[in-house]
Design a protein around this ligand. Structure first.
Ligand code: HEM
Length: 396
């Protein structure tokens, strides 16, 4: 017989005031009550919430769970399948057909070659900050431009289109629930990408998108792949850079340790990824009845996987709620696990390693320009956690 199980009404999202880096308190409580809880999805459908590290990983590695958009059982209407190319929300074999041609373009080796370019872009942002003088908003001056320029270069977005392109993608990913603006920005981005794919097919240049035109992928599929690279690669990294800097500024001893010892950078980036888990939750749907943590998940039921509580699981990490850049117990799930493991993780690592070190060495006296409570957090409706802005200052 199944054990009695903790129940939450719906996915808890409210963070405790003054704790911008911790998962919602009710989610942490749910984990305390066991690694799996019952929950209700917004459309009233019954579901499950998995908060424990081992169970999150086991669901992600289990082919009896699907990532398909059209199988999500969370609202009271049917969802359409993911558009061609948007493989994050597909299962095998479709998922592999899109992911395989991309894997070789995102290897650690290839990403290391990009390091110089990331260093250059970062230096340009820091030069502009220095020229403007304090205070500046670190989100607009640093956290957003670095990943945007990199993604634009990977996709081969011409230089003159970048500013308007950045504005468009920013407005459909900022999580502000303005339906009309969101649809307009999404449509404009899709139209832009359709034109970009056509241009690369006609005149290939030196970028990933042009390379992909030399395959059996259709224009529509290439457009979907481009959108997924953008959506997955820009917002996540930008929020890690801004929220990561905020977390370091709130932990001055940790910040000083990192600034004074560049050899700590790789480990610091992994710890910030674990501690902040900006990609908070993802969903999977059971294809058949599956037993998870002593509970039977019925076929067709959607499970919410909480990556942020998995990364704070006391059974996996010592003092999980402490930011410790010297931490030795690695293995976080901030990039996911299983077949959908983040394709861009090596790129994201290069960007974060370069950007955090350069920022701290250029501005050793960097500090918040406003009280911490005044730093605006993104709404919890945003898929990716972060800050809206981060006013900083330094001694000149
Ligand atoms: C710190 C930055 C990043 C974080 C925290 C992050 C996180 C994640 C996570 C958690 C997943 C798995 C989602 C799931 O389980 O369903 C994922 C998938 C993915 N990410 Fe990232 N990501 C980051 C940066 C990037 C970058 C820079 C790119 C590319 C330019 C990228 C491209 C992708 C793609 C294409 C997928 C889908 C993989 C698949 O379905 O096979 N990500 N990412």
């Amino acid at each position: 017989m199944a054990e009695s199980v903790h129940t939450v009404t719906t996915l808890p999202t409210a963070r405790r005031p003054g704790c911008p880096f911790d998962p919602p308190a009710e989610l942490i409580d749910a984990r305390r009550n066991g690694p799996i809880s019952r929950c209700t999805h917004p459309g009233g459908r019954p579901g499950w919430l998995v908060t424990g590290y081992d169970l999150v990983k086991s669901v992600l590695a289990d082919p009896r769970f699907s990532a398909r958009k059209d199988l999500l059982n969370v609202v009271d209407f049917e969802l359409p399948p993911a558009p061609p190319g948007e493989f994050l929300l597909m299962d095998e074999p479709q998922h592999g057909r899109y992911r395989k041609p991309l894997v070789g373009k995102f290897t650690a080796r290839r990403m290391r070659l990009l390091t110089e370019r990331v260093e250059q872009i970062t230096a340009d942002c820091l030069d502009a900050m220095e020229a403007a003088g304090p205070p500046v908003d670190l989100v607009t001056a640093f956290a957003k431009p670095i990943p945007t320029i990199i993604i634009c270069e990977l996709l081969g977005v011409p230089y003159e289109d970048r500013a308007s392109f950045q504005e468009q993608i920013d407005s459909f990913m900022n999580g502000e629930p303005n339906e009309e603006e969101l649809v307009a920005a999404y449509t404009a981005t899709q139209n832009y990408l359709a034109g970009l794919v056509a241009a690369k097919r006609a005149n290939p240049t030196d970028d990933v998108l042009s390379e992909l035109t030399d395959s059996d992928l259709t224009d529509e599929e290439l457009q979907g792949i481009s959108l997924i690279l953008l959506a997955a690669g820009f917002d996540t990294t930008a929020n890690m850079l801004a929220l990561g800097t905020f977390a370091l500024l709130q932990h001055p001893a940790q910040l000083a340790a990192l600034r004074d010892d560049p050899a700590l950078t790789d480990r610091a980036v992994e710890e910030l990824l674990r501690y902040l888990s900006v990609a908070k939750t993802f969903m999977r749907t059971a294809l058949v009845d599956v037993e998870v943590g002593g509970q039977t998940i019925e076929a067709g039921t959607t499970v919410i996987l909480s990556y942020n509580t998995a990364n704070r699981d006391p059974e996996r990490f010592t003092d999980p709620h402490v930011l410790d850049l010297h931490r030795k117990d690695g293995g976080h799930v901030a990039f996911g696990h299983g077949i959908h493991l983040c394709l861009g993780q090596q790129l994201a690592r290069v960007e974060m390693r370069v950007a955090f070190s350069a920022l701290l060495s250029r501005f050793p006296t960097l500090r918040l320009a406003v009280p911490a409570e005044e730093v605006g957090l993104r709404p919890e409706t945003a898929d990716i956690h972060g800050v809206k802005n981060l006013p900083v200052t330094w001694d000149v």
